[in-house]
Write a protein that binds this ligand. Structure first.
Ligand SMILES: [Zn+2]
Length: 97
């Protein structure tokens, strides 16, 4: 049986890949920031949707709330920028209600 020998070989490979990851994280800051974003997934304080979700155009982080919520509130308060954007988003079907 040469089990102990093969196990040691696997351990060496794992150690090498872990070290390689550390090195690539240091040398690649953009890659590292993606990891940080996924760990710190934030959610809207109003509706609870995930913020800055690339597949959700209304999930833009507006200081802890999503644009889907903030846009409507701002439009109701008469914010001209929001009044220009929000009706278009309703027209595009981005806002179901
Ligand atoms: Zn929201």
């Amino acid at each position: 049986m040469t089990r102990s020998g093969s196990t040691a070989d696997i351990e060496v490979k794992l150690n090498t890949s872990a070290w390689g990851r550390r090195l690539s994280a240091r040398s690649g800051p953009s890659r590292n920031s993606i990891v940080v974003n996924s760990e710190k997934a934030k959610h809207c304080q109003i509706c609870g949707r995930e913020l800055d979700n690339p597949s959700d155009p209304l999930s833009t982080d507006c200081g802890g709330d999503c644009w889907g919520c903030v846009g409507v509130i701002e439009a109701e308060m008469g914010n001209s920028e929001s009044l220009a954007k929000v009706p278009k988003e309703f027209a595009l079907g981005l806002r179901p209600d």
